[in-house]
Design a protein around this ligand. Structure first.
Ligand code: FES
Length: 396
């Protein structure tokens, strides 16, 4: 918010006091359609809070933490630049005045321009395939049916709406080889209310309109509980079904200019989905030659989703290193055994240029917390750590 120095006079006890005072001025905001609005900021609030309390559309997935990169605005290029903004925005964008609203206060020069519309758009998609790729994770591939190309970043998530009704309480196409991993099914269907679920897109945007998801089916833990509503509803959809989704939003923020960075990915279970999209984008979309290392853990090696694809990428691209880890390994597993944190700890402790690394994490909340603490202990800058905010482990 801009302040203007004005002269004020005050009459008290028949005496006149004259002085100077700062008068608050409105902040002028140009919205995504080009309309100008005057808004008033409260004392000491961030620009993001100011825009939100004035009901202006501004994206925010991390709640103002400076990690999601969704709250981009354009300001006078002289606006201060925070550490978080240096990580999230390219040098070109910074020079052009792009900033994160959550990192700015309201004492600004010039207008505020809102640049991206966070208003969700609903689109229709047809299910192309629905296949088990581990005992519990299904790969669903949808084809977007709209005529205007979808625009999404690696790590974007999609919202599915599941209408109140009945869903099958068992997977209708469970392959024989995975049956020993599943509990016995006591009931045929279960009822559920209207609900929404979020799942990360597991592929890059290659312009084909195909959206791939890795959805973990969550069986009921006991006879009087119901299974995961989203995973059982979607996991039992038939090929050719058309669903409405809220178009991909959010996503990891890959710097426009990666320079001499190194990419380190840490995933667990179906948390591989957004990391796979990132690998797809870096290797096949950007043809990046930067070093990329993936630490990917699952309880049992058979639960490592996309294992063959990841092995093939590693074989064909010398800059990609894949470290699969099984916490309960069997006699036929020749890979690492234990927790992801162990090889990751060895990696960061031996690394001589950690300041160059960008870390992307997605997995169970406890694992993400452990990994984040581990990285911070090695003085990794918290702005170099991006965490998928929509853990598939909370969206059943
Ligand atoms: S709200 Fe500003 S980066 Fe997430």
């Amino acid at each position: 918010m801009r302040s203007e120095l004005v002269q004020v006079s005050l009459v008290k006890n028949k005496q006149v006091f004259i002085g100077w005072w700062y008068r608050k001025q409105d902040l002028v905001v140009r919205d995504q359609q080009g309309y100008l609005q005057n808004v008033v900021a409260k004392d000491n609030e961030s620009l993001l809070d100011c825009l939100q309390h004035n009901a202006l559309s501004i994206g925010s997935v991390c709640g103002g933490g400076g990690t999601c990169g969704q709250c981009i605005v354009r300001l006078d290029p002289s606006a201060a630049i925070s550490v978080a903004e240096r990580y999230r925005l390219s040098q070109d964008r910074l020079l052009s005045g792009y900033r994160l609203a959550c990192q700015q206060n309201t004492d600004l020069k010039g207008n505020v321009q809102l640049v991206e519309s966070p208003n969700p758009k609903t689109v229709s998609c047809e299910l192309l395939s629905n296949t088990f790729i581990t005992p519990f994770i299904k790969e669903l591939r949808f084809k977007y049916q709209g005529s205007v190309p979808l625009d999404f970043k690696p790590g974007s998530f999609v919202q599915f709406t599941i209408k109140e009704g009945q869903s099958l309480a068992f997977p209708k196409d469970l392959p024989r080889r995975y049956q020993p991993y599943w509990p016995r099914f006591e009931s045929a269907t279960f009822s559920h209310p209207n609900t929404v679920r979020h799942y990360s897109v597991a592929n890059r945007n290659d312009g084909s309109g195909v959206l791939t998801f890795n959805i973990k089916m969550q069986p009921a833990q006991s006879n009087n509980q119901r299974p995961g509503i989203g995973s059982f509803h979607l996991g039992n959809l038939s090929i050719g079904t058309v669903v409405d989704i809220v178009a991909p939003r959010g996503g990891f923020n890959l710097l426009d200019d990666l320079g001499v960075r190194e990419i380190v990915l840490v995933g667990g279970g179906s948390g591989i989905a957004p990391l796979k999209a990132l690998i797809d984008e870096l290797i096949f979309g950007l043809h990046s030659t930067l070093p990329i290392t993936l630490f990917y853990g699952a309880k049992h090696p058979v639960e490592l989703a996309n294992h063959c694809w990841l092995k093939a990428v590693e074989t064909q691209h010398s800059n990609f290193s894949y470290q699969p880890i099984g916490s309960n390994a069997s006699s036929v597993w020749y890979g690492q055994v234990g927790r992801v944190q162990t090889p990751l700890n060895a990696f960061v402790s031996a690394h001589r240029s950690l300041h160059r690394c960008l870390f992307f994490l997605c997995g169970p909340p406890a694992m993400m917390n452990d990994v984040t603490q581990l990285l911070l202990r090695y003085s990794v800058n918290e702005n170099a750590i991006q965490i998928d905010s929509f853990s598939p482990f909370t969206t059943t």
